[in-house]
Ligand binder design. Structure first.
Ligand SMILES: [Zn+2]
Ligand SMILES: [Zn+2]
Length: 97
């Protein structure tokens, strides 16, 4: 069984996944911290393989909530990717209750 993987492609993909497609930053600052590498890395990726755009879940939720045509079911927001038309579903984190 040949399980050798195309390593270069993986690395290129990982590099592309770094920046959020909404705020264009790798890390989302938390609170008033200004250290460049503190904060949340992108944690959502478009499932379209030819897009594979990364986002912060928090950015996506803010964006989706600002658009009136976003559909919501319970704590999940549904719409389409900003960069392609792939359907995206983002679960709202219950950070504040
Ligand atoms: Zn972001
Ligand atoms: Zn996409």
């Amino acid at each position: 069984m040949n399980t050798q993987l195309p390593r270069l492609a993986d690395e290129e993909k990982n590099n592309r996944l770094d920046e959020c497609g909404i705020c264009y930053a790798r890390y989302l600052p938390i609170g008033d911290e200004h250290r460049p590498n503190s904060g949340n890395a992108t944690d959502y990726t478009c499932e379209n393989n030819s897009c594979s755009k990364a986002f912060h879940t928090m950015c996506l939720v803010d964006w989706l909530r600002s658009i009136t045509t976003t559909r919501q079911s319970f704590n999940v927001l549904f719409r389409n990717c900003l960069y392609c038309s792939e359907a995206i579903a983002v679960k709202i984190n219950a950070t504040k209750n």
